[in-house]
Structure formats: C-alpha cells, structure tokens
Ligand binder design. Sequence first.
Ligand SMILES: [Fe+2]
Length: 306
Amino acid sequence: MIKVDDIAFVRFSAPDLDKMETFLSDFGLTRAHRDDKTLYMRGLDGDPYFHVTHLGEPGFVGLAFEAKSEADLGALAKSEDAKIEGLDGPGGGKVVRLRDPNGFQVEVVAGRALLPKLEVPATDLTNDARAQPRQNHLKRLQLKTAHVKRLGHCVINVKDFRESERWYKSRFGLITSDEIYIGAEENAFGAFMRCDRGELPADHHTLFMVGTGAPKFNHAAFEVVDYDDLMAGHHLLKSKGYSHEWGVGRHVLGSQVFDYWRDPWGHAVEHWTDGDLLTASWGSRKAPLDDLIGVQWGMQAPPTMA
Ligand SMILES: [Fe+2]
C-alpha cells in the first residue's frame, strides 16, 4: 500500500471544448493547454492542470491521485502488476492506470512539473463585530469571476460502499474522517476520506464515496480564495445564466462554505472555501445522514445532489 498525497485531476469528455472552456473560465479556472482533442485547465496553484476534457460524448472519465514520489508509483505498479506510462499533458510525468470496482478509471501520477503560481487577488482588512482594523480605507474588490486555487475533492456514488472503501483504502492509504450511517451506526452508507500526510494537514476529504448502489460521478470541488471570491463567482455565474445546484451554505461535515453549479453537460462542480484541515492523528468519526445533507446555515441539499 502507498499513501497518496492529494487528488491530482478529474477527467471528463464533452462534445464541445469551446463551450467547456467558456464555462470553466467563468467558473474561475485558467487554460493550461489545449489542442484539437483535449482541454487542460489549471488554477492559481502550481499544478499544471486539474481538470481535463477530452473531445467526445459527454461523461465523467475518472479521477487521479498524486503519489508522494515516483518510487511510490513504482511500488504501486509492482503490487498491481500494472505498467507505468508517460502522462500526456503539460508538465509530463508518469502514470499508473487502474479501474475501481465501479468501472471508474483511477490514475495515480507522479513527477509532473509544476508551473509558477498565478497571482492571488489581494486580501483586504475586514471590519466585524470583534475588531475594526479597516479605517480610512475603503473596500473596493476587483472581483468578477471566482479564482479557483486548486481541486480539493471528488465525490462518487458507488455500487457497494464497503467494497469500494476496501479497494481505495488498501491501495492508497486513505483515512476515514467521517463515516456516514443511516439509522443505526452499523448501517454505513458512505465515508469522507482524507489523505494520510502524517502530521501535515490534509483536507477533511479528498474522496467521498456514497453507497447508492448505482455508480455515478457525483461532483468535483474546487477551492476558491475566500468568501468574497466565492460570492463574486456566484453572481457572475448567475448573471450568465448557468445552472445553479445548491448553495450558498456552510456544510456540517468538512465545514466548508459551498456553492454548487452544473457544467453545460450537467456535471456538478463545487466552489468552496474555509474547509477543515486534519492531520492523521485526528482519527475518524461517525456521523448520521442528517449531518451530510444538513447545513450550518443555508438550504438543505436538494434531491438532485444524490
Ligand atoms: Fe463537496
């Protein structure tokens, strides 16, 4: 077993790369590379890309994890009896391609060359009920779209939760942050899983799997700069008539402020900010379904999120 470090990218296919690029640009991503058949999009961080679209029938192709090293990738290839291939796309790198019990392609990559980071919109002082540091200083945000920093997590609906949990944990060392149950605690329905980075913090979840019985892409989630950035993105997407799904609200599990949209082919994509970060020693918990669909503020999940 290796311990993956993070999610690397999600792959989709779509019949119109112009339309996808326009949506993703409005969503706050930046083109990393494009050719006749493939579109690679990046964010503010140095990852060469984290959203890939191949020209074709609309659909979710799969997700990819970042291995901690090429040595780990070698170890994975050996234990899976899989080959290590060169990875197409900006930044190069190597990849091992697997298929999970639901039929999703799961890639593990290493050695991608990072790009220089893009400029993060400047922060400003904030006055609130506790402190008023902003004096003789007007707030004028220069925001239009949100600015996506990175890909944070992917959510998949799976055939059999325990089967998928075993498959992913035994290969990639993922740790459960919150296991979701329905009714009694032993009726597990899914789990939020994070990467094991030891004493380095990881997102509350990098992968969330829901045992609905029918494998399906659920959503991919992208971290934006802050609350103002998320709200600017919300209004920009609304003004352009894109399809809104759920939000704005604050999740219970993971604690993020969230806002969900649909790409032109109906794939749910989330903006989030201010999520929980947990080290390996934080351990695991169990939580009822109500905590999954409920919010700390905002509206409850619509049934279309299932
Ligand atoms: Fe999410």
